[in-house]
Design a protein around this ligand. Sequence first.
Ligand code: SAM
Length: 268
Amino acid sequence: MNEQYQHRARKRFGQNFLHDAGVIDRILRAIHAREGERLLEIGPGQGALTEGLLDSGAQLDVIELDKDLVPLLHQRFDNRGNFSLHQGDALKFDFNRLGASPRSLRVVGNLPYNISTPLIFHLLSNAALIRDMHFMLQKEVVERLAAGPGGGDWGRLSIMVQYHCRVEHLFNVGPGAFNPPPKVDSAIVRLVPHDTLPHPAKDARALERVVREAFNQRRKTLRNTLKALLPAAAIEAAQVDGSLRPEQLDLAAFVRLADQLADQPTAP
Ligand code: SAM
């Protein structure tokens, strides 16, 4: 690499660069990109994943926030006909700009941990464009994404993501695969937006509201935490036992509660 572009990792951009060739290869094999596909990489950094993604022959757009990495990325990849760079904040990026057809975009990223949850929510608001997503995240976050009801990991993140997507925890990655090494373990997750929602809510905002209220105080019963939103009769009409705690309810039960909320006169 050209000396001129030696880059020092920046903490405020969540920069932990992948350097383990075995891990990079395993991620690329899990994504399995093909010629003709549309890929979007969030936070390419110095290009650890970018190179293999371009080798697949797929059309790749990348969004990188750090202006100092832009010359390095141009230098490395501008000679490829399938590379487009957007400098900016992925949290503010309008994915419709890419002109991808519905359900075509394959999103990839070794994400900065501080933006991973808001970024996933931003992407889910564009779920109709997306075929699948592969992310490196903090392992605890992947465990929450993939959790089922009944345990401490089941919460707002699990429910809102599983409302839109099938979630697969693919494999874990230790700190040694990165430079500098993060203080936490990481994992690769695959999120695949459902073609048809398995439990469609009348109003997704009502679901968001019920779930947020219920998990604000996860030790309390639903009857208590949802008091301001739903009368006891509405909880009963949703066929939910109000003496339960939120972590005991599955997605379908939360959707029934949300539909009751959507039917309230002041909803949602
Ligand atoms: N993909 C590279 C790798 O695996 O080595 C870099 C991963 S590093 C964990 C995260 C990257 O995301 C950094 O390059 C960082 O500058 C970039 N980044 C941070 N916040 C961002 C944002 N809001 N939008 C786009 N890129 C961002």
